[in-house]
Design a binder for this molecule. Structure first.
Ligand code: MG
Length: 388
């Protein structure tokens, strides 16, 4: 395998830092050549000093001069502002763009990376949730691979190797159930953001951890799976599997099921995406069946955790609806973390926004931006009204 130059969009977040660990453990295979951060300039500077990339971007321009000065003696180009993200993904030496930005912000840079014919290692699922049709079409036109970093989708991608798409009967996404598995609405009314941030199996960023607690993460993953693998909503099942050992499964037309298993560690799907189609050795801990006591499964509770039901509805409606769902969700998660609203209000506000925003059947990139703004504004107003 030739050494691959990687642009990591969002290098200071949870996926970004784990990607750098993978790069560090395979210096002969991977080089981190572009690093970007939204606000965490201190870590970005440390990373740049260690990994010696060709370019860094600090999206918040307030920190530009600090980063520039700290890296004055290095051979690193320093850029500021979100527009720079769309430029650095086009640097000719870059082979793979790993998109680990949070939420809607990942869409435009990913769009530009595909146009520049870079392979995409996709950790930012919101890009496909919002504009899956647009992105997958563009990837096809440009003959670009979209390699999932999300553990469930990496599992399905691996199960599909060597199989024909006509043979797929359904995809079975596993969900840990998060910290509130088995709880009822009375319990959920009073949970705090601190309770919600205690994920039992995975260590992740704040936004995705809240999404996991509310099952919105699984809803977004259903939409992501639809676009990545070209299967309909009715062919995508969710099963709760609290141990997070089976990362997902594919059921074929003869009834046979393939699963991908492993310890819950994001470095594995990250490494698989970066090295694809090669499998690369590593020293990560191995799953030991002798110490594994049980693997259990249960049905997801979509009445209590209505976000999953809303996501299926958004996927079935199509067009701009998943964009509205995503925008409203980003606002309510921020408001919940800010202690402005309760846990159950998140779903109520998302549902209200989905009803109120005008539907667009075939939005282009600009229309998505407009709908994203409208939806956010609507949800913010609705939160304000609730508080008065
Ligand atoms: Mg996942």
């Amino acid at each position: 395998m030739n050494k691959r130059n990687i642009a990591i969009l969002g290098s200071t977040g949870s996926i970004g830092t784990q990607t750098l660990e993978v790069v560090k453990s395979h210096p002969d295979l991977f080089k981190a050549d572009v690093l970007t951060a939204a606000n965490n300039y201190r870590l970005l500077i440390d990373q740049a000093l260690e990994f010696k990339p060709q370019a860094v971007v600090i999206s918040n321009p307030e920190h530009y001069s600090t980063v520039k000065e700290a890296l004055a003696n290095e051979n690193v180009q320093v850029y500021a502002g979100t527009d720079a993200l769309s430029e650095v993904v086009q640097i000719p030496s870059i082979d793979v763009v790993l998109t680990a930005l949070v939420g809607f912000s990942g869409l435009v840079p990913t769009f530009n990376a595909i146009k520049a014919k870079k392979a995409i290692a996709l950790a930012n699922k919101e890009t496909l949730v919002v504009a899956g049709e647009l992105i997958t079409k563009l990837a096809k036109q440009n003959d670009v691979d979209i390699l999932p970093v999300d553990s469930e989708h990496s599992a399905i991608f691996q199960c599909l190797m060597g199989e024909r798409s006509e043979s797929v009967e359904k995809l079975i996404l596993t969900a840990s159930g998060g910290p509130f598995r088995g709880k009822n609405r009375d319990y959920l009314r009073n949970v705090s953001f601190r309770d919600a941030l205690k994920h039992p199996n995975w260590t992740m960023g704040q936004k995705i951890t809240i999404d996991s607690a509310s099952l919105m993460n699984k809803g977004l993953e259903v939409i992501e799976a639809h676009w990545l693998f070209g299967v309909e909503a009715c062919q995508i099942d969710v099963v709760v599997h609290p141990q997070s050992i089976i990362h997902s499964m594919v059921q074929f037309s003869d009834g046979s099921i393939k699963a991908q298993l492993g310890l819950p560690d994001m470095k594995l799907p990250i490494q698989y995406a970066l090295a694809y189609p090669e499998r690369v050795e590593n020293k990560l801990p191995r799953l030991d069946f002798n110490t594994l006591s049980q693997l259990t499964f249960e049905k997801p509770d979509m009445d209590t955790f209505s976000n999953l039901r809303l996501a299926y509805q958004a996927l079935e409606k199509g067009g701009s609806m998943p964009c509205v769902l995503n925008a409203a969700n980003e606002i309510v998660v921020a408001a919940f973390l800010n202690q402005e609203i309760g846990f159950l209000q998140m779903s109520e506000l998302i549902e209200e926004t989905m009803v109120k925003i005008d539907h667009e059947k075939n939005p282009d990139l600009e229309t998505f931006s407009k709908i994203d703004h409208q939806s956010r504004a609507y949800t913010r107003e609705a939160i304000k009204k609730q508080r008065h």
